[in-house]
Ligand binder design. Structure first.
Ligand code: SAM
Length: 249
């Protein structure tokens, strides 16, 4: 699939899901202590690449001077506008940010990197727009460090969502940060329990896709490193997310 085809897939998946996405993902960052972890100072500007409906960026409301949401998908930004009218919305690709160099205190990206096959241009752009003494905060789902589990987890994720690219192991996220001349200030891998019925809301995902995911879990779930177990009609699994804070080296 070419880069532009993948961008099209991202847009069509998120246009379709925008309305239910707001509800399905509400509160999913609330217990991570994100604002404290980001070391947010007074009067700072916070930018999010792949901000979607704004659920993550809104965590900084009240504490930051300005919130700027960048996203590829219009329908997601329209939902953000409805909920959070004070956010500045920018429809753009994270690999080509229409913002001046050195203008942002805290650049963030949450749950978006796993949709991106070639993340280096985005990392370079995020570094470019960071102030000299600014910080980059990454939050994304991660795989384990076992190659076979990375492959199986990503096969499963691709059945669930064709706009998925790759859930990386923590070591790959560290490498990307360092590759653009940043150094890690802090990091955390947080594990939590997730349910398939929450992960794939029937109103948001086509039934046929939910069935294919269930079939994959039955056959290969134990190979994904996601610790699947069956609970009646549902499946329970471990969701791993990495939080990583970096500054210029
Ligand atoms: C899973 S959603 C996450 C939304 C939000 N960060 C949250 O966690 O609630 C991923 C978002 O990333 C956006 N996205 C994917 N690739 C992007 C890119 N290259 N540039 C900007 N946005 C992108 C999608 O349009 C989508 O809204």
């Amino acid at each position: 699939m070419s880069d532009s085809q993948h961008t099209q897939t991202i847009r069509s998946e998120f246009e379709r899901a925008a309305k239910t996405f707001v509800e399905r993902t509400r509160g999913r960052f609330d217990d991570l202590g994100i604002v404290e972890f980001s070391r947010l100072g007074p009067d700072e500007t916070v930018l999010e690449v792949g901000a979607g409906t704004g659920n993550f960026l809104q965590l900084f409301a009240g504490a930051a001077a300005e919130l700027i949401a960048v996203d590829l998908t219009k329908g997601m930004l329209l939902q953000a506008r409805k909920q959070f009218p004070d956010m500045r919305l920018v429809m753009a690709d994270g690999g080509n940010l229409p913002l001046p160099a050195g203008s942002i205190d805290l650049v963030t990206t949450a749950q978006a990197l796993h949709h991106i096959w070639k993340p280096l241009p985005i990392f370079k752009e995020m570094r470019r727009v960071m102030r000299k003494d600014g910080r980059l905060l990454i939050v994304d789902q991660v795989a384990t460090e076992r190659y076979e589990e990375v492959v199986a987890m990503n096969q499963l994720e691709l059945i669930r969502d064709p706009s998925h690219a790759v859930s990386r192991p923590p070591s790959a996220l560290r490498m990307l940060v360092r590759a653009v001349g940043l150094e890690i200030l802090d990091e955390r891998v947080v594990e939590g329990e997730q349910r398939m019925s929450r992960w794939m809301w029937p109103g948001e995902f086509p039934t046929e896709r939910i069935e294919r995911v269930a079939a994959y879990i039955d056959e290969h779930g134990h190979e994904t490193g996601m610790d699947f177990w069956r609970d009646g009609d549902d499946y329970v699994f471990t969701r791993r997310r990495m939080m990583l804070l970096a500054k210029r080296a």
